[in-house]
Design a protein around this ligand. Structure first.
Ligand code: AR6
Length: 183
């Protein structure tokens, strides 16, 4: 299942480079320093240009499970929400809760700023080693729960996967939620 409408919010799963998306905000899978890195973080900073790093420096970092907002600069997206997911350490260190918190915090920021379309990468599933299937359940479950709890806030929440395999995990999680909702 590629998309599900919850209230007025469409939750969808796509395979794309998140730096190409024309949305109100893309979410970055950042680290606590907010000073850039590899993976999607590196790609976002490259495309946004040096002013993004300048704005990030002024933020003074971000704890795991939280997020911070900047402008998008040269990106087609208007804003970047820099979320810090957990490193996977076997599952017994609050990783699931911290990952859910990173999604929820990002959506709280988007809601506060009245950003209507938000795209997420699969936070923590690259360098940070979070198992992709478990992370997808948390990503989809948190976004769907948020859309249900805050009707009319978002037009679109996009889970922007970088591989077909990652997308399959997110589609399966979306189908499960749809089933629970009787759709
Ligand atoms: N568009 C969408 N998804 C992407 C892109 C892209 N352009 N590039 C990679 N991905 P990762 P993490 C996917 O490693 O695990 C950085 O160094 C990728 O395939 O970017 O949260 C930060 O600075 C994977 O599915 O982030 C941190 O230090 C997902 O994005 C650390 O890595 C996340 O992979 C964060 O690690």
């Amino acid at each position: 299942m590629d998309s599900l409408d919850i209230g007025e919010t469409e939750i969808s799963v796509i395979v794309a480079d998140i730096t190409t998306l024309e949305v109100d905000a893309i979410v970055n899978a950042a680290n606590q320093s907010l000073l850039g890195g590899g993976g999607v973080d590196g790609a976002i900073h490259r495309r946004a240009g040096p002013k993004l790093l300048e704005e990030c420096r002024a933020l003074g970092g971000c704890p795991t499970g939280e997020a911070r907002l900047t402008r998008g600069y040269e990106l087609p997206a208007g804003h970047v929400i820099h979320a810090v997911g957990p490193r996977w350490k076997g599952g017994g260190h609050g990783e699931a809760e911290l990952l859910a918190s990173a999604y929820k915090h990002s959506l709280d920021i988007a809601r506060a700023e009245e950003l209507k379309s938000v795209a997420f990468p699969a936070i923590s599933t690259g360098v940070y080693g979070f198992p992709a299937d478990h992370a997808a359940e948390i990503a989809i479950g948190t976004c769907a729960g948020y859309a249900k709890g805050h009707p009319g806030i978002f037009d679109k929440i996009i889970l922007c996967c970088f591989s077909e395999e990652s997308a399959e995990h997110h589609r399966a999680a979306l189908a499960e939620i749809a089933g629970e909702m009787g759709r």
